[in-house]
Design a protein around this ligand. Sequence first.
Ligand code: NAD
Length: 416
Amino acid sequence: MDTKVIYDDTVCLIQKASKSVKLSNALLEQLINVQKSLQVAITIRLDNGEVKTFKGLRIHHNLILGPGKGGIRFHEHVDTYEVTSLAMLMSLKNALLRLPFGGAKGGIAVNPSSLSKNELEKLTRAYVLQIHNFVGPSKDVPAPDMGTNAQTMAWFLDTYEKIKGYASPAAVTGKPLALGGIALRETATGKGVSFCIAYALKKLHQKEIKHATVAIQGFGNVGAATALYLSDKNAKIVAVSDVSGAVYKKDGINIKEAVDWVSQGKLLKDMQNIEHITNEQLLSLDVDVLVPAAIESVITKENMHNIQAKIIAEGANGALTNDAIDYIYKKGIFVIPDILCNAGGVVASYFEWVQCKQSFFWHEEEVERLFLEKMRSAFDRVSQVSLDYDIDMKNAAVIDAVLHIASSMKERGLFF
Ligand code: NAD
C-alpha cells in the first residue's frame, strides 16, 4: 500500500473543495498543513526477554473546532503519510457531522497479532507515557481504530489517569462499558453505514432495504456489524469477504453463521457448502449496494469499469481513489462518501465523551435517537451541497466540511 498516494488524494480533495468555494490561499494553506505532530520511540521488553523499539505517532491536523478526535491504529503500515491523511479525514468528518472536535489520529507501526496480550498492554502503556501531555479530554481524545479495541482504551485510560493522578474518563472513548463506555460504540460505525444505505435506497429509488441486494468487502468491525444490521432488516446479502477471499450465495448468506465462523478466528475461504469468489469478483457483482469496508483504494482506475452496483457505501476510508470518483459519478452510481458513511463511530464517541464529561448517562434509546438525528442531518446537508454545486456526494461532503472549518477560522481571526 502506497501511503503517499493516499495522503496526496486527501490533500487533493481539500484543494478541489477549496477551489469550488473560492477559499483564499491563506485558509487553504492552513487546511493542508498539520498543526502539530508528535513522533515517539517506544521501547519495551518482550516476553522472551528481547528489547524492542517501535515507532509511535500522534498527529493534530486541525483543532479549530475543538479538541482533537481520532483513533489509534496498530498496524505495520502506520507512517506519517497514513496517519496525517487519516487525521485530515477526521477534521473533515467531525466538521461534516457538526461535532465540536478537530481532527487527530495516532498509531504505532506494529503487527498487533505478532505480540502477546501482555506485550500489547506494555506497548500501549509505554505509548501513553510518551504522549500523555499531547492528549486529554479538552486537548485530544483518542479512540480505537484498526488493531486496537476497547481493551486497548482501558489500558490507555488507566495509564493516563495514573500519570495525572485524577479520574479522567473523558480522556478516551470506545472504552469498555464498566469504565464509562456506551453500548452503541462497538457497532456504531456499522449502524451508521446501514442507516445511510437504507436512507439512500429510500431517497433515490423508493426502495425498502428488505428488497435490496448487497455485497460487503471486509468482515471486521465495520463490515460484519453492517451485515448484521442489514440482515436484521431482511436485506439480501449475497456476498461478504475478508482478506482470504469472498463467499457468495445468490439467495442470501446467513450472516449470523458467517459472523459465528469468523469470531472463532476462522477465515471465510474455509467456509463449507458455499460458493467462493475473489475479492475482485465481489466488487463487480450486479447488486443494489456495494459496501467496501476493508481497506483504502480498492476501487481504482484499473477496476472502476467493472462496477455494476447502483450505490457504493464507503465503509472504509478512501475506498475509492480520486481517479475513480469522477468516473463512478458520471456512470450514475451514487456514492455515500466515507466521511459521512462511516461517521457513526465518531458520533457515538461524541456521546460517550459528553456523558463522561458531565458524569451523567442517558438511556440507550435517547443515545440512539440523537445518533440517527446526527447521521440524517449530515446526509441531507451533503445531498443539498451536491445539488447546489452540481457535484458528486464525495466532493460535496468535503465542500461542506471545508466551509464549516473555514468559517470558524475566519471568526477567530489571526493571533499574530
Ligand atoms: P477490521 O480490522 O476489524 O476489519 C477489516 C476487514 O477487512 C477484515 O475482515 C479483513 O480480513 C479484511 N481485509 C483486510 N485486508 C483486506 C484486503 N486486502 N482485501 C479484502 N479484505 C481485507 O477493520 P475495521 O475496523 O472494520 O475497519 C475497516 C475500515 O473502516 C478501515 O478503512 C477503517 O479505517 C475504517 N473505519 C473503521 C471504523 C471503526 O469504527 N472500526 C470507523 C471509521 C472507519
